[in-house]
Design a protein. Structure first.
Length: 186
C-alpha cells in the first residue's frame, strides 16, 4: 500500500507543531435504490463524546457517487485541521485514496489508463483537496456485518435515498446515461 503525504497549509504548519490535532472518526456510506437511481449518503462523525450525523438524497445518481460524496460531506463538516480516520464499506473509495489511484488519475488528466477516463472526476477532485487539508486515512469495514457505526451510516443513506424532496445531482444528470464512462467529458 502506498503512503500518502498530506499537504500542510502554511498557516497551520506552526500550530500543528505545538498542539496535537483533534482526532475524528468518520463513518460513511452511500447507496442507491437501483443503480443508477435515487440515492443517498450517510455520515457519522465522532470526536470524543460528540457525535454528529449528516445525510442527503438525490433523485438520480450512482452508488459510487454517493460513497465519494459521503466522504466529502464528512470532511467538509470539520471546522479545523484534524487527524481523521474515514471508515467506509466501499473498497473502491478506500483503495482509490489509500493506493493512490485517484491521485494518479488526477495527475494523468483524469485518465485511468490510455483508453479509459476516470469516472466522477468532479467528486474525486473535491475529495482530494479536502484530504490535503487534514491528516486522513481511509479504512475499509465490511458492510452489513453488525458494526454499529457503519450500520447507522447505512441507515442514514437508505433513509435519505427514500426521501420525498430529493436534490438533483447536476453533474450526473447532465451526462448522457447511455455512456456513464464519459461523465463530465466532451
Amino acid at each position: 500500500m502506498k503512503e500518502r503525504k498530506a499537504k500542510v497549509p502554511p498557516a497551520a504548519s506552526r500550530e500543528s507543531e505545538s498542539k496535537p490535532l483533534p482526532e475524528v472518526a468518520i463513518y460513511t456510506d452511500g447507496g442507491c435504490i437501483d443503480n443508477p437511481g435515487p440515492g443517498g449518503y450517510g455520515v457519522l462523525l465522532i470526536h470524543k463524546d460528540n457525535r454528529k450525523e449528516l445525510s442527503g438524497g438525490f433523485r438520480r445518481t450512482t452508488n459510487n457517487r454517493m460513497e465519494i460524496l459521503a466522504a466529502i460531506k464528512g470532511l467538509e463538516a470539520l471546522r479545523s485541521r484534524c487527524r481523521v480516520t474515514i471508515y467506509s464499506d466501499s473498497q473502491y473509495l478506500v483503495n482509490a485514496i489509500e493506493q493512490g489511484w485517484a491521485t494518479r488519475w488526477q495527475s494523468h488528466g483524469w485518465w485511468r489508463n490510455r483508453q479509459e477516463r476516470a469516472i466522477n472526476p468532479d467528486l474525486w477532485e473535491h475529495l482530494l483537496s479536502l484530504v490535503d487539508k487534514h491528516e486522513v486515512r481511509f479504512k475499509w469495514v465490511r458492510g452489513h456485518a453488525g458494526h454499529p457505526e457503519n450500520e447507522r451510516a447505512d441507515e442514514l443513506a437508505r433513509t435519505a435515498a427514500r426521501g420525498k424532496h430529493l436534490a438533483v445531482d447536476k453533474m450526473y444528470e447532465r451526462t448522457p446515461p447511455a455512456d456513464p464512462a464519459r461523465l463530465f467529458w466532451k
